[in-house]
Design a protein around this ligand. Structure first.
Ligand code: NAD
Length: 499
């Protein structure tokens, strides 16, 4: 069995803990890897390496830091297909989807390559007579990233390219379910010439994370995962004096107005609900139809479209529309929600458990499911299922549909489908979610904007990547300066104001 260790101080190490965890191929159920699980001492070794690399790295000019990222980008582009295959074999998603997440991650690397411009700071001449002021953007020190299973390449790339471009050193703690892509990224950064210790990977779970959250040398923690863990990460990191951004779960609603283009709605919803087997934080899991007729038509069309979907291993040729779920446990959890929804009285229009693929002996497959006449009181409406399950809720008016979205505890992404500009504008202004699509079902912001939700989908004020990412990984210092030729005042005992 292939072993996978950690990446500390420029090379792969097997770690001291002696504990391991199995990584599976969800399409076959076969074990792929034996993964080392870091204990406190392994994690501290990575922190020491990152702390030792910081003084020199933080003084390395931003243009030089950016050049390492340019080289990393070129190397990852050369190995994109290899990485996509690693992702498909550990996560289960189809190859084109895996390539897509690498591209979205690379866009953050491209953004981070502009760090000399992004970190210029601010300057004001003559804030008072003969007095100038400027703000410096300085690195924080050792920073950490903790990522979920569902985007093993893209989410780490939301974090480390900006962190290291800003002059920090970094420790990545990937999901223990699909750790190979971040380990390959560590190899490629080393091949790009990045100095040892600037980027490290510690594999493991809670034991490693506990050290990252409490060790005084860690200055900032960037987290993406489920809401209960995000809340714990944010509270613990803050209690230990660290800055933290912790992105959590979602229940993304798409509002469908009577004037929306029906074909566009169906094709958008199919991809947004069932792409990547619904294991995306920006998946649409609730369709809110305004009007009975809209709902009746949509449910009929979705049922037909689901019947045409192909499901199979993510690496199969021809490529299927959807692969398996990530683990047996997660597959069973999603299947239990289908049972629950039927018990709660929702109308189960398509039951993914009955799909022939769900009866395969090997692999964690579950067909797509569709529920109609779901109400806000049901748990299948309230809770994040994180699988190929779409629920349809019926509302009588735009106001009722908007109020429903705004009452939900999550506020990650949302979308409206309409041809009416006035309705769309009302939605944009009044909906309580961090990312909004107008006839765009998955409004994931580009790398030069920032990504983040509202309400219990994000703990902390700063979103990921884009301008917020640079702010998160930099500390501002403002200098006010006067030279001896400037004004010479006698001592002033009142609050200084500029004249
Ligand atoms: P998860 O919360 O189980 O795990 C995320 C990370 O936290 C992993 O690295 C894991 O090892 C670690 N972890 C788990 N339990 C821990 C504990 N008790 N203490 C310390 N660390 C712990 O999430 P997941 O199942 O890997 O990912 C799916 C979740 O991530 C979904 O809820 C999804 O919505 C969310 N997600 C959100 C976004 C977003 O941008 N808001 C993006 C992707 C995924």
């Amino acid at each position: 069995m292939q072993q996978l260790g950690h990446f500390i101080n420029g090379s792969q190490v097997s770690g001291q803990s002696g504990r391991t965890s199995a990584v599976y191929n969800p399409a076959s159920g076969a074990q792929r890897l034996e993964l080392a699980m870091a204990d406190a001492s392994d994690t501290r070794q990575a922190i020491e390496a990152a702390a030792a690399a910081f003084p020199d790295w933080s003084k390395t000019p931003a243009v030089v830091r950016a050049r390492y990222l340019f080289r990393f980008k070129a190397l990852l582009e050369e190995r994109r297909d290899e990485m996509a295959e690693l992702i498909a074999r550990e996560h289960g998603k189809v190859l084109s989807d895996a390539r897509g997440e690498i591209t979205r991650g690379l866009e953050v690397v491209e953004f981070a390559c502009g760090i000399p411009h992004l970190q210029k700071g601010e300057f004001s001449l003559n804030v008072g007579r003969g007095v100038d002021a400027n703000s410096l953007m300085q690195p924080l020190g050792v920073c950490a990233g903790i990522s979920p299973f569902n985007f093993p390449a893209m989410v780490p790339m939301w974090m480390f390219p900006i962190a290291i471009a800003c002059g920090n050193t970094f420790i990545m703690k990937p999901s223990e379910k699909d750790p190979s892509a971040p380990m390959l990224m560590a190899e490629l950064l080393a091949e790009a010439g990045l100095p040892d210790g600037v980027f490290n990977v510690v594999n493991g779970a809670r034991e490693a994370v506990d050290v990252l959250l409490t060790d005084p040398q860690i200055q900032a923690v960037s987290f993406v995962g489920s809401t209960p863990i995000a809340e714990h990460i944010y509270a613990t990191a803050a209690a230990h004096g660290k800055r933290c951004q912790a992105l959590g779960g979602a229940k993304n609603h798409m509002m469908v107005m009577p004037d929306a283009d029906p074909e566009q709605v169906v094709s958008s919803l199919m991809g947004a609900a069932y792409g990547s087997a619904g294991e995306r934080c920006m998946s649409i899991s609730v369709a809110v139809c305004v009007g009975e007729q809209v709902a009746d038509n949509l449910v009929g069309q979705l049922k037909d479209a689901i019947g045409r979907m192909t499901i199979g291993p993510g690496t199969a040729d021809p490529e299927p529309d959807m692969g398996p779920l990530v683990t047996q446990e997660h597959r069973d959890r999603v299947a239990a929600y289908i049972e629950l929804g039927a018990e709660e009285g929702a109308e189960l229009v398509v039951d993914g458990r009955q799909h022939e693929v769900s009866r395969r002996e090997a692999g964690y497959f579950l067909g797509p499911s569709l529920f109609d006449r779901v109400t806000p009181q049901m748990r299948i409406y309230q809770e994040e299922i994180f699988g190929p399950v779409l629920v349809v809720v019926r509302a009588e008016s735009f106001d009722e549909a908007l109020a429903l979205i705004n009452r939900h505890e999550y506020g990650n992404g949302t979308a409206i489908f309409t041809r009416d500009g006035d309705t769309a504008r009302q939605f944009e202004e009044n909906v309580q979610a961090g990312m909004v699509g107008v006839n765009v079902p998955i409004p994931v912001p580009m790398a030069f904007h920032s990504f983040g939700g509202w309400k219990r989908s994000l703990f902390g004020p700063l979103h990921m990547h884009g301008p917020d990412g640079v702010r998160f990984f930099s500390r501002m210092k403002t200098v006010t300066r006067r030279w001896p030729t400037g004004l010479r005042n006698s001592a002033d005992f009142s609050m200084p104001t500029m004249q």
